[in-house]
Design a protein around this ligand. Structure first.
Ligand code: ADP
Ligand code: MG
Length: 705
């Protein structure tokens, strides 16, 4: 049952209900602004901000008109120059004023129509951009050609919109005009003093100012990013998302927690058994976690650390803490391969400390599965390692105290909540290897406390990264042969082209055949289409050093740890995003030997691809790379938000709105502290805000709680 205030109904009506949007136009708007399975709605049009503006001010003479900027000129039509018969040249019309002339250029121009539009000797108003061509002024397809009556009826400034084929900016502008008329009067949900301090207009006024500006300059990209009306709407959107997170957090916190305190003897025993000492930031993280667990509220903590920073052992020590307190602990990984690897690495440590540990993935079947399920239910298994299979129905724990989730960004908020349901007051520790820039961390994990591992374990050697043109692939293949002869192991990654897995696979198989031709049985292959067991077997042969060169698609991206692997070749590196390159490269440089990463690219490189690869050569700092990635691509793709189902933003741009994001988070926390049920006057208005930006699943929690 939708509980959205009916006041908002007009905004959530399909765009097809607007005047002029018929069965031809509606699908185009859906393509522009809808989502799969959901048509474009009136609100989507309102939040579709202009990408620029055209001024209808008459700006002086032809001679003075600036080149490359939109201008409107008053001109007299001097001559028509149709293309010579049979030639595919454009149709030209010469117009002039007292100071100079301009050629209007029409491709596929229709003679009769143009003669009617621009009769020789008549005065007309034209707007568009002037370009210089061989020193001559010309204007290709003017935006507007108007007579005296036409110009009188135009607004001084017209907003220009991003489009899809078949729509014109004018049509979209008209629909948005109708949409603006449907915006109801809403109670202000923002703090009045905050609005004043920032010179933010009211919600309706902000929409009006953006779509109906009185100066075209207000809509230049730069001005728009800074303009108070856009900032205000971006702040609305950010506050809605932060408020939703804060509500989830406060509800989890209000659920009774339990003190999961032990005496520390097992933790000490395990630390002593480790073949290395912890880094200072690992120690700090272990302490943070322990004090959370000892407190009688629920822990919700994010452990963030670059690839290779050593998160797993921190997770293990947390689990051991829970066991000391007499509870069970679980570690969930996003893939089979990772779950198995964690299991294999943790087993000797756990068993050495006298603990019982078991593996549960979708692949454990029959008797083995029944044994594990029984052990979890009666508490005889203390540590469970697995995939999301751990948290499906039918898996019951005797007394789960802690859930550790590895590589969080693949899981959504809902799964996070599902975890909590497996026990009475389960503490949650989320580990992520994606170096998330601060701004993004606030957005997606605003409801969590954060521990950061900001140093690599001692003894790691820097990775040397080289860019190599694909024409030199032969040399690369020869060089890795020499390294393998000296005992090194090599990852060779082939890209996902994206269009068809079959094609990607073919590329990886072809490389595999090629390298096998050179190095025989030392070469292995692993890719996403292999059956789980075959994939594991191929990985295991590489882990044990039976194969020396592992050709793969990007399935090795996450988490795999083979310290002896010191060389990584990434073919078509220009096709990968920065974050992905960084994740891949993080697979090497894990042992004590120096490592090399070869980024093999196919030129010529575009500007962005060039910048990306050079960034990789310059630094190994995952946070710097992530910030750069955000700058180059915008926030949408950095976390793969689309795939992970995390909500994206319509108005806020994280690369420029970091300042107000932090403010929104603080604001949200304050609101939830003072008015946890959103029942005050402002609270009521904030509920409307949550619906407006579709963050209302948090409101369901209020009702349930
Ligand atoms: P990630 O943070 O990427 O998950 P891992 O937990 O897989 O990293 O750790 C990477 C490697 O570093 C593992 O082989 C692990 O045993 C090792 N390691 C972890 N902490 C330390 C440390 N303090 N000193 C030395 N090696 C460590
Ligand atoms: Mg890891």
């Amino acid at each position: 049952m939708p509980l959205r205030p009916s006041l908002l109904d007009p905004l959530f009506a399909p765009a097809a209900t607007l005047p002029g949007v018929g069965p031809k136009i509606a699908p185009l708007l859906d393509r522009l602004l809808g989502e799969p399975g959901r048509p474009a709605r009136v609100a989507d049009l309102l939040f579709h901000l202009p990408s620029g503006g055209i001024s209808r001010d008459l700006k002086g003479s032809i001679a003075d008109a600036p080149v490359g900027e939109p201008v409107t000129l008053s001109v007299t039509v001097a001559a028509h120059r149709p293309p010579p018969p049979g030639r595919r040249a454009p149709y030209r019309i010469l117009v002039e004023d007292g100071t100079g002339d301009v050629s209007l250029i029409f491709f596929n121009g229709h003679k009769a129509r143009l003669e009617k539009l621009l009769p020789v000797g008549e005065q007309r108003y034209i707007s568009g951009k002037i370009e210089l061509w061989d020193g001559m002024r010309q204007m290709v397809h003017p935006d507007r050609i108007l007579d005296e009556r036409g110009i009188a009826s135009l607004p001084a400034v017209e907003a220009v919109y991003g489009l899809t084929d078949g729509l014109t900016s004018r049509m979209v502008g008209k629909f948005i005009g109708s949409a603006l008329e449907r915006v109801p009067t809403l109670s202000e949900w923002q703090d009045k003093a905050w609005l004043e301090r920032n010179a933010y207009p009211a919600f309706n006024d902000a929409l009006q100012a953006l779509h109906r500006p009185d100066k075209a300059s207000a809509l230049s990209e730069e001005a728009l990013l800074k303009s108070p009306p856009r900032k205000r709407l971006a702040y609305d959107e950010l506050l809605a998302s932060q408020l939703a997170l804060a509500l989830v957090r406060s509800r989890m916190r209000r659920l009774p927690g339990r003190a999961n305190a032990g005496d520390g003897h097992l933790v000490a025993k395990l630390k002593a058994a480790l073949p290395f000492g912890l880094t200072a930031s690992q120690d700090k993280a272990v302490d943070d976690i322990r004090s959370d667990m000892v407190a009688d509220k629920r822990m919700l903590r994010l452990l963030q650390g670059d690839v290779g920073a050593g998160k797993t052992v921190v997770g293990l020590l947390a689990m051991v803490s829970a066991i000391e307190a007499g509870r069970q602990a679980a570690m969930m990984a996003p893939t089979e391969i990772l779950a198995r690897q964690h299991y294999e690495r943790l087993t000797p440590l756990a068993e050495g400390a006298g603990l019982t540990i078991a593996l549960l993935t979708g692949r454990e079947k029959g008797a083995e599965r029944r044994r594990v399920l029984a052990g979890l239910a009666d508490g005889s298994i203390q540590i469970a390692v697995g995939t999301h299979a751990l948290f499906q129905e039918g898996v019951a724990f005797h007394d789960l105290g802690l859930a550790v989730v590895d590589e969080q960004h693949r899981f959504g908020v809902h799964q996070r909540l599902a975890l909590g349901a497996k026990g009475e007051a389960v503490d949650i520790l989320v580990m992520t290897a994606t170096p998330i820039p601060r701004t993004l961390a606030l957005t997606y994990f605003g409801d969590m406390d954060v521990s950061i591992l900001n140093e690599k374990p001692a003894g790691r050697k820097p990775i040397s990264t080289k860019l190599i043109s694909i024409e030199r692939l032969g040399e690369v293949a020869a060089a890795i042969g020499r390294s393998v002869a000296n005992g090194a192991q090599v990852y060779w990654v082939c890209p996902l082209v994206g269009e068809s897995e079959t094609v990607d696979l073919a590329a990886a198989e072809e490389r595999y055949d090629h390298l096998r031709g050179l190095y025989g049985d030392q070469v292995g292959l692993v890719h996403g289409k292999m059956a789980g067991r075959d994939k594991d077997a191929a990985m295991e042969r590489f882990v044990r050093g039976e194969t020396k060169i592992l050709v793969s698609t990007t399935v090795i991206e996450v988490g795999v740890d083979v310290p002896n692997a010191t060389i990584m070749v990434i073919e078509h590196a220009e096709r990968f995003g920065l974050a992905q390159l960084h994740q891949l490269r993080g697979r090497i440089g894990r042992g004590s030997e120096a490592s090399t990463c070869l980024l093999v690219f196919k030129g010529p490189l575009g500007q962005t691809a060039q910048a990306r690869l050079e960034m990789m050569r310059e630094t190994e700092d995952g946070f710097r790379i992530a910030e750069e990635d955000l700058r180059l691509r915008g926030e949408g793709e950095v976390l793969g938000t689309r795939q992970s189902g995390l909500p994206g933003f319509k108005l806020a741009r994280l690369e420029v709105d970091g300042d107000i994001l932090a403010a929104a988070r603080d604001d949200a926390r304050l609101i939830v502290d003072r008015d946890p049920e959103l029942t005050s006057t402002r609270g009521e208005a904030l509920r409307t805000l949550l619906y407006m930006f579709e963050r209302d699943s948090a409101i369901k929690l209020l009702r349930a709680g």
